[in-house]
Write a protein that binds this ligand. Structure first.
Ligand SMILES: C[S@@+](CC[C@H](N)C(=O)[O-])C[C@H]1O[C@@H](n2cnc3c(N)ncnc32)[C@H](O)[C@@H]1O
Length: 205
C-alpha cells in the first residue's frame, strides 16, 4: 500500500510496491511529468496549476526543501501533484516502471564547478541511460542552468549517448522560453543579471 504522509502531496513509498503504480497513485492515466531536484517546489506547484490535465511528481533529496514544498502545496487546490523525498539517482534506477514519463525537468542542478567535483554532477551517461528507460519514447527532457560550463558539459554528455536528441538549433540552447515559470533559483539568478540556458532533448530510444 502507498501511504501519503503529512499532507496529501507528500508521498510515502516506504510500504509501497515497487515499481510504483503511478496511475493508482494519481488516480488517472494522464501524462506523468517528473521534476528532479525541485528545491522549494515553486516551479512544480505553478505547473500543476497551469496543467491540471497532467500529473506532476517531484523528487528532492533535501529534507528541509521537501518539507517546505509540501507546506507550500497545502494552499494549492491541485490534486495532480506529489512530492517524493528521495535521492533521484536511486529513484530513477529502482522505483519506476519503464516508459512512464512523458516530460522530465531538471532545473538548475548543482553545477559542481570544481574539476575534482565533476563526478558529482547529476548529468552523466549512466544517469541518462536510467532516465531514458523510465521515459516514454519521444518523451522530452528539459535542463535549465545559469552555468554555461555545466550546460556545455551536459550537452557533450547528451551527445555521447545515442538515445537523446537535441531539440534546439546550434548552439543547442535557448536563453529564454516565453511563459516558462521561473524557479526560485532562476528568480535569484535573473535578479543578479546572470544568463540562463535551457537545453531540450527528445528520448529517441
Ligand atoms: C541548485 S538547487 C535548484 C533547486 C530548484 N530546482 C530551483 O531551480 O530553484 C538543486 C536542487 O537539487 C537537489 N538535488 C541535488 N541532488 C539531488 C538528488 N540526487 N536527488 C534529488 N534532488 C537532488 C538539491 O537538494 C537542490 O534542492
Amino acid at each position: 500500500m502507498i501511504r501519503e504522509n503529512s499532507s496529501k502531496t507528500g508521498l510515502d513509498i516506504s510500504e509501497g510496491h515497487i515499481p510504483l503504480d503511478l496511475p493508482q497513485i494519481f488516480g488517472n492515466h494522464s501524462d506523468f511529468v517528473l521534476e528532479i531536484g525541485f528545491g522549494d517546489g515553486d516551479f512544480l506547484i505553478e505547473m500543476t496549476e497551469r496543467h491540471t490535465e497532467k500529473n506532476f511528481l517531484g523528487i528532492e533529496i533535501k529534507t528541509k526543501r521537501f518539507n517546505i514544498a509540501v507546506k507550500k502545496s497545502k494552499n494549492t487546490q491541485s490534486e495532480n501533484i506529489k512530492f517524493l523525498h528521495m535521492n533521484a539517482n536511486i529513484a530513477v534506477e529502482e522505483i519506476f516502471p519503464e516508459d512512464v514519463f512523458s516530460l522530465v525537468y531538471i532545473n538548475f542542478p548543482d553545477p559542481w564547478p570544481k574539476d575534482k567535483h565533476h563526478k558529482h554532477r547529476i548529468i552523466n551517461t549512466d544517469f541518462l541511460a536510467k532516465l531514458s528507460k523510465i521515459m516514454k519514447k519521444d518523451g522530452v527532457l528539459e535542463l535549465a542552468s545559469d552555468h554555461k560550463d555545466y550546460i556545455e558539459h551536459s550537452f557533450d554528455v547528451f551527445n555521447k549517448v545515442s538515445f537523446f536528441k537535441s531539440q534546439y538549433p546550434a548552439p543547442g540552447y535557448l536563453q529564454n522560453i516565453p511563459n516558462r515559470p521561473y524557479t526560485k533559483y532562476e528568480k535569484e539568478f535573473r535578479a543578479e543579471g546572470k544568463e540562463i540556458f535551457y537545453l531540450m532533448f527528445a528520448n529517441n530510444k
